[in-house]
Design a protein around this ligand. Structure first.
Ligand SMILES: C[S@@+](CC[C@H](N)C(=O)[O-])C[C@H]1O[C@@H](n2cnc3c(N)ncnc32)[C@H](O)[C@@H]1O
Length: 292
């Protein structure tokens, strides 16, 4: 179990707190970061991450650190749960719920109730059965975004099993482009699309990043979902933003808690605004949008 201790303040003061944290904790192997929470209201967080058994020591030094110029700031605490791999492997056979979605294997078809949106995916050669925190996080945010915004088309970059593209299409009858660097994943995604009774509307394509003409042909997109990893997401920020329609939304996942601020910085640099971050099993899913 990891712990995050943080203060919420303005951008300027969050930067000053970060500088102080670097002085006090700089020699230690602790991640520190500032994160923009709300651009318009100038709300930022300055955070430090540690293991549970380090918390008492870090907390005492942090209290002493803020006692002078930052005595008005309260130190908040967040528990970041571990990934329990043994439990996870046992869960592998069970259906997973994320919002209204129920992702299940073919043996659990009868578990889908009338109010669920069932997505049938058998564990196979491509990532994405809903059991991973990143997939479940994306499913949850997809539902929120599509309820709140007008989404006329979508891109699922790094589609794996196709689970997220299928989720989008099951929520609304819009065209979805689903791409993956791995040709096996695109084949599996195609099979899963068919198995879920979707005859048309999802185009699958093998492409590394944005290297395909398909993005220009199908875009720009009102919704882009990319559950890849922090580093490629940071690298791809300019291209991803270039394929986003005005007023569009972005859902990013595959990001570990401590990498979150770097990803946010890259996308803030592309004029995307942070809307919400959700946590699932130590992974974060970030929702951003662009002003219309
Ligand atoms: C974590 S899985 C996500 C699968 C699925 N979207 C989900 O949410 O469960 C990441 C997928 O991205 C693909 N991928 C990794 N790097 C990529 C890149 N540069 N361009 C396109 N796809 C990539 C991988 O092959 C893998 O299928």
């Amino acid at each position: 179990m990891d712990i995050r201790l943080y203060v919420t303040t303005t951008e300027k003061r969050a930067g000053e707190v970060l500088d102080l944290m670097s002085e006090v904790f700089g020699e230690e192997d602790l991640a520190i970061a500032t994160t923009e929470i709300d651009e318009k209201r100038d709300i930022w967080e300055a955070s430090i991450y540690m293991m549970l058994d380090e918390e008492a020591d870090v907390r005492a030094r942090l209290d002493a650190m803020v006692a002078g110029s930052f005595a008005d700031l309260s130190i908040m605490r967040e528990v970041i749960p571990d990934i329990d791999w043994v439990a996870k492997s046992l869960e592998g056979l069970k259906p997973v719920r994320a919002g209204r979605f129920l992702v299940h294997g073919s043996h659990d078809r009868d578990k889908v109730s009338i109010n669920d949106i069932g997505i049938e995916i058998d564990a196979g050669q491509a990532f994405g059965t809903g059991h991973h925190g990143t997939t479940a996080g994306c499913l949850e945010v997809i539902e929120t975004v599509m309820r709140a915004r007008t989404v006329r088309n979508a891109l699922d970059l790094g589609t794996g099993s196709g689970v997220l593209a299928i989720a989008v299409r099951k929520l609304r009858h819009i065209p979805v482009l689903a791409t993956d660097i791995d040709p096996i994943a695109t084949r599996v995604a195609r099979e899963n699309v068919r198995r879920n009774g979707i005859a048309n509307g999802i185009t699958t394509e093998t492409a590394p990043g944005f290297h395909s003409d398909a993005f220009r042909r199908h875009g720009p997109f009102d919704l882009i979902i990319a559950n890849i990893l922090a580093r490629p997401l940071i690298r791809m920020a300019p291209q991803l933003a270039a394929h986003l329609a005005p007023g569009g939304s972005v859902i990013l996942s595959g990001i570990l808690a401590a990498q979150r601020w770097k990803v946010l910085a890259a996308y803030n640099g592309e004029h995307l605004r942070h809307v919400r971050t959700i946590w699932r099993n130590g992974w974060v899913t970030i929702h951003l949008d662009r002003a219309g």
